[in-house]
Design a protein around this ligand. Structure first.
Ligand code: URA
Length: 238
């Protein structure tokens, strides 16, 4: 349990500098339990606090844990260069809170992307030591053959990687699509593994991380949601 002044509560939620938040409160833009609160120094218990800002309702969150169904043509990097950044798909205050992607997807890869402002969560979920499987549906230029699946399961050598990299599981979905599960998350890993196995990836979609699936979240492309504790607990081995 912790109490904070209203200006600091708004600042912590990414609504701007303390000065700006003080101004918003002073101008009567914030209400709590249906009452306008015009004193920025008024204190409130933060746990579960609900407030309205510019007529929109928010709940105080110490950290945010977000799942985004990433569309193509958005970059995960902090300083996007050729396409807009994924943060532009979220409300503006998340950038102020320093929300970042957990790991990266290529600009043309779609599907499940986690984002958070909790450094410990980001570090733990992107650490290769955690062995969190990531499930991808890859579309291939050439037909998916049993040999291709065998090769990806046995491991393929990528230049600049000391040892061959193998899929945890791999199965044919249809003539030109396969599902591949990886635990490592190396740069362009699926595309490079498919190339090393003699095929070419023409489209890539991440469908699950651990046991958290995009289908269960029901997000359309470009949509996002908060992840609760139970959903975060699914980010483990299969
Ligand atoms: N593998 C890739 O090649 N690209 C991604 O975006 C993710 C995994």
């Amino acid at each position: 349990m912790s109490k904070l002044t209203l200006d600091l509560i708004l600042k912590s939620q990414g609504f701007g500098t303390r000065k700006w938040c003080r101004q918003l409160v002073g101008e009567g833009e914030v209400s709590i339990a249906g009452e306008t609160v015009a004193d920025p120094r008024a204190t409130f218990e933060t746990a579960g606090l609900e407030f309205t800002l510019f007529g929109e309702e928010w709940t105080y969150r110490e950290h945010v844990y977000i799942a985004l169904n990433k569309p193509a043509d958005f970059e995960c990097s902090r300083k996007p260069s050729h396409h807009p950044g994924v943060l532009t798909l979220l409300p503006e205050q998340f950038a102020w809170r320093d929300v970042q992607p957990v790991g990266r997807l290529d600009h043309d890869t779609t599907g499940l992307l986690l984002m958070s402002d909790d450094g410990a969560f980001i570090h733990a979920r992107s650490s290769p030591k955690r062995h969190i499987p990531k499930v991808y549906a890859a579309t291939t230029h050439d037909p998916v053959t049993p040999e291709l699946v065998e090769l990806l399961l046995a491991g393929v050598k990528l230049h600049d990687e000391p040892a061959p990299l193998a899929a945890v599981t791999c199965r044919k979905l249809d003539a030109h699509r396969l599902e591949i599960v990886l635990e490592q998350g190396k740069y362009h890993q699926v595309k490079r593994m498919l190339a090393a196995a003699g095929n070419h990836c023409t489209a890539l979609r991440r469908t699950a991380i651990g046991q958290l699936t995009l289908d269960a979240l029901g997000l359309k492309e470009g949509e996002w949601c908060y992840l609760d504790e139970a959903q975060r607990a699914l980010l483990v081995g299969l």
